[in-house]
Design a protein around this ligand. Structure first.
Ligand code: AMP
Length: 218
């Protein structure tokens, strides 16, 4: 059973590694950021509540996020394991997650912490572009689309996320340092933390994560 958390600053490659892990382990990928962006796009009540926080690079209040994650983890497809990406982001979220999992007789089995230097993150995030349709990720310098503005995979429109502008990126990194970084110690103390260098090539990081997961399974 793999009940995994992907931890790390915005732009560390959590989403990219999550996609590869989904292919390998066939687990549901729960990205709270994706859930909020979809809700904002739909204009649902959740989206209306979350929009101002996302636009400002601030965190959505803990009770809203935890409610959504619990509901998601309750679904049948999460009973054989899951990959949490972008959650938990604060100590109270981690504590609420732990008490929920204890209540249902489950626990987190691995916390994958991906580290990247902040200046590298700023370059990665401000240059990041995403397909509106299939969410494929590009970078203006490192991974441009073959035809500018058009997704290589589905022909969808490529855009810059509202929160990938330099001002918001700096704010998100500040929020990460203040509110999310303490989780590294939290999970280290439980003996669940495994740290990886996210500046290595994507495939290298992926191989190292898989190795760590297999080793743990024994
Ligand atoms: P991400 O795509 O993970 O960088 O998330 C984008 C935005 O969604 C964040 O900047 C927050 O506004 C919000 N968000 C995502 N996950 C959480 C969370 N666990 N707690 C609070 N806010 C979140």
């Amino acid at each position: 059973m793999i009940n995994m958390i992907l931890l790390g600053p915005p732009g560390a490659g959590k989403g990219t590694q999550a996609e590869l892990l989904v292919d390998r382990y066939h687990l549901p990928h729960i990205s709270t950021g994706d859930i909020f962006r979809a809700a904002v796009k739909e204009g649902s009540p959740l989206g209306q509540k979350a929009k101002a926080f996302l636009d400002a690079g601030k965190l959505v209040p803990d009770d809203i996020v935890v409610g959504i994650v619990k509901e998601r983890l309750n679904q049948p497809d999460c009973q054989e394991g899951f990959i949490l990406d972008g959650f938990p982001r604060t100590i109270p979220q981690a504590e609420m997650l732990d008490s929920y999992l204890t209540e249902v007789g489950r626990q987190i089995t691995a916390v994958i912490n991906i580290e990247v230097d902040f200046e590298v993150l700023i370059r990665r995030l401000t240059g990041r572009r995403v397909c509106r349709n299939c969410h494929a990720v590009y970078h203006i310098a490192n991974k441009p689309a073959k035809n500018p503005g058009i997704c290589d995979h589905c022909g969808g429109e490529i855009y810059q996320r509202d929160d990938d502008t330099e001002e918001t990126v700096r704010k998100r990194l500040e929020v990460y340092q203040e509110q999310t970084e303490p989780l590294i110690d939290y999970y280290r103390k439980c003996g669940k933390l495994k740290t990886f260098n996210g500046e290595e090539p994507i495939q290298t990081v992926f191989d190292q994560i898989c190795f760590a997961l297999e080793e743990q399974k024994g």
